[in-house]
Design a binder for this molecule. Structure first.
Ligand code: PLP
Length: 425
């Protein structure tokens, strides 16, 4: 038995499914999870000493690669001053100023501890600001695991086939309306039905939790126009796309401004951090200035802020990181597409910048329904082949591949060769 198998045996006795987040489980691909001991650059090493080229980047945060020396040093330095104060610190001010400088639509921001919290709080702020209850979300988008948003959600619940989680009272989702991604008409219909009841439309501006699904031309602009017309708050959930598609996230990349934006993942550089922010008049509804209550014992934690600030500053001061990363992604996913086509397979490669997915379906994937046409058994076979060859992909058809600045073209070429070999099998 390998060390990972031994650890898994112990883990399942005491942790549900042996993992602290379902997306880490290998159950849906018929394997046991690798227990990771350490990571550096583009590689993770498991408890048996085997190294893997890392395509999850901790699900996005490690955009500069694992164990970045400057980030590590900033964390060590912050630790020397104490781990948490439960009181205001200078670093939180610096973080807020930096985010507002980077993301033009954000005038004020509140730090939290996860993407889930960021979204849950942004939705509350939008409801408090508009005095309305209903929210619109898109099938296949994932916005964390808060009750109101576990409706036909993506990511782990989609993998597990439980998009509407047990344990969520019907009352909690009664005001959640579902729309079809990339289908403006589906949103328009909801607004026509409830013209004065919709507080917010929340969307992943580039969907990356049903695999990667790119927004069609005009989709985000259309959402912007509908929200403006009906007085609803447009929330971009940029927990993945924020500071990834470019320094100013999907808003800069697609040229559409949200009213509220949620952040996570990259913002903490691997520490548990989330944030939500946007228009001053909405954010000033949040306590202690306004009546919308939201709080956090460890929010704005100094060690987490140090990590996030260092990563964001590096990204801001080195725009070349994005030029290189996005070019590398365009090349890599383009080559994947070419290899799949040459092998005569009908499969889809959806990609944008440093995010991409290979869907095992002949149907173009533009929304939740088309993503679900994928042959997940075929994905599992491919996943296991790649893992065996030392490539760590997300263990689900419905997760993205995340490239980081640490992946070299040589390493990526090696992966393309593996794919070509696999398709010849
Ligand atoms: C990961 C993710 C979340 C949830 O963030 P957590 O930190 O896991 O709570 C929310 N929205 C999107 C788009 C995500 O990808």
């Amino acid at each position: 038995m390998s060390r990972s198998e031994e650890l898994f045996k112990r883990a399942v006795e005491r942790i549900p499914g042996g993992v602290n987040s379902p997306v880490r489980a290998f159950g849906s691909v018929g394997a046991t999870p690798r227990f990771i001991e350490k990571a550096d650059g583009a590689y993770m090493t498991d408890a048996d000493g085997k190294s893997y080229l890392d395509f999850i980047s901790s699900w996005g945060p490690m955009i500069l690669g694992q164990n970045h020396p400057a980030i590590r040093e900033s964390v060590i330095k912050a630790c020397e001053n104490g781990l948490s104060f439960g009181a205001a610190t200078e670093k939180e001010v610096e973080m807020a100023e930096l985010i507002c400088e980077i993301v033009p639509s954000v005038e004020m921001v509140r730090m939290v501890n996860s993407g889930t919290e960021a979204v849950m709080s942004a939705v509350r702020a939008a409801r408090g600001y508009t005095g309305r209850d209903k929210i619109v979300k898109f099938m296949g988008c994932y916005h964390g695991h808060s009750d109101a948003l576990l409706v036909q959600a993506g990511s782990g619940v989609m993998t597990a086939g439980i998009p509407d989680s047990a344990g969520v009272p019907a009352g909690c989702t009664a005001d959640t309306l579902s729309a079809v991604y990339n289908d403006l008409a589906s949103v328009e219909t909801l607004f026509e039905t409830f013209p004065e009841e919709i507080a917010a439309v929340i969307v992943e501006p580039l969907a990356a939790n049903m695999g990667v699904v790119v927004p069609k031309e005009g989709f985000l602009q259309g959402l912007r126009a509908l929200c403006t017309k009906y007085g609803a708050v447009l929330i971009f959930d940029e927990v993945i796309t924020g500071f990834r598609l470019g320094i100013d996230g999907a808003q800069g990349y697609y040229g559409v401004q949200a009213d509220l934006t949620t952040f996570g993942k990259i913002i903490g550089a691997g520490m548990p951090v989330g944030a939500y922010g946007g228009k001053r008049e909405i954010m000033e509804r949040v306590a202690p200035v306004g009546p919308v209550y939201q709080a956090g014992t460890l929010s704005g934690n100094p060690v987490a802020m140090a990590a996030g600030l260092t990563q964001l500053r590096i990204l801001k001061e080195n725009p070349q990181v994005y030029t290189d990363l996005n070019e590398k992604g365009t090349w890599f996913f383009g080559e994947m597409r070419r290899i799949v086509e040459e092998a005569g397979k009908p499969w889809q490669v959806n990609a944008e910048a440093s995010l991409g997915s290979l869907f095992f379906t002949g149907t173009p994937v533009v929304d939740y329904a088309s993503a679900k046409t994928s042959d997940t058994a075929a994905f599992s076979d491919y996943f296991k082949y790649m893992l065996e060859k030392g490539v760590y992909l997300g263990p689900s058809q419905f997760e993205a591949m995340f490239l980081s600045a640490a992946h070299t073209r040589e390493e990526l070429s090696g992966v393309l060769e593996l794919l070509a070999d696999y398709l010849k099998k």
